[in-house]
Design a protein around this ligand. Structure first.
Ligand code: ATR
Length: 267
């Protein structure tokens, strides 16, 4: 039996087990199971020493996407550039070698595919990105790779400047974010993130005011997925914007991850 799983904290409301179970059955894979590994940062080292040797492959989520890199033998170049890993797998360079632990990032593929399936062409378009964490870095990488002009706004200016130093993009002060004329707007902050499906009230917030959307016929993409129609997307839709929900990005990053971990696994 091959063990796959999600390494995160907390993991309680994760949608990954349902996605993986669906794909296991679609691909007729019977000798595999998907487990949730709820690991606090202080126990990460112990997890890699004791548990990881028994696990075939892992999805990694908040808050471990950056810190897991120190336990890997190899990190894929794109994941290095983004600075975060969300997929871990044992690989073998040749049959006699000992297995090595390698990390990838599929978040940027999720972003690219969610835009593509919505028929949104980013080449030559100006994209305003809110946020400068790991998720935002994957968004910026996907956009720059596909020829977009990216403007980034983040509450903490230094973090936006650090993203701009690593990728070819512009920075705007958080307080000036609503003055930017953009074709596509992406929320990669955690604003609007609800901790459960029923937890609307205290998390029903948007990184922009309702007025921002007035008469703007643009594309709005929210990476927050637990409430499909977040306030950010509801306000955008009300003004006629084309909206892309975060669950599409989640599905596509998961599918790319499943292909690495399960379909093309060589251990
Ligand atoms: P992730 O890995 O999902 O990107 P993260 O690295 O914790 O998570 O990043 C969260 C992002 O949401 C950051 O850009 C954060 O802004 P700061 O860099 O200033 O912390 C942003 N964020 C979180 N809460 C916010 C809020 N109330 N208003 C504006 N931005 C917020």
């Amino acid at each position: 039996m091959k063990i796959f799983g999600l390494l995160a904290h907390p993991v309680a409301h994760s949608l990954s087990p349902d996605l993986y179970r669906g794909w296991f059955s679609e691909y007729g894979i019977q000798d595999a199971k998907f487990e949730l590994f709820d690991v606090v940062p202080e126990e990460l080292e112990d997890f890699f020493q004791k548990k990881m040797p028994k696990i075939t492959g892992l999805a990694v989520s908040i808050p471990h996407k950056e810190t897991v890199m120190q336990y890997l033998d190899e990190v894929d170049d794109v994941a290095k550039k983004i600075g975060a890993v969300n997929t871990i797998q044992w690989i073998k360079k040749s049959p006699l070698d000992r297995p090595l632990l390698k990390g990838w990032n599929t978040d940027w593929i999720g972003v690219r595919e969610a835009l593509c399936e919505a028929n949104v062409e980013v080449r030559g378009q100006r994209v305003l990105v809110f946020g400068a964490g790991g998720a935002a870095r994957a968004v910026v990488y996907a956009l720059i790779e596909n020829g977009a002009e990216v403007v980034i706004a983040n509450r903490t200016l230094e973090k936006a400047e650090s993203v701009a130093a690593d990728f070819r993009c512009f920075v705007v002060h958080w307080d000036d974010r609503e003055t930017v004329q953009a074709d596509i707007v992406v929320n990669a902050t955690s604003v609007g993130l609800a901790h459960s499906k029923n937890d609307r009230s205290s998390h029903d917030e948007s990184p922009v005011s309702e007025n921002f959307w007035d008469a703007k016929k643009i594309v709005a993409f929210d990476l927050v997925y637990r409430l499909k129609m977040t306030k950010f997307l509801r306000d955008a839709a009300a003004s006629g914007a084309h909206v892309i929900t975060g669950d599409r990005m989640l599905w596509h990053q998961g599918k790319a991850q499943f292909e690495i971990l399960v379909i093309s696994s060589d251990v």
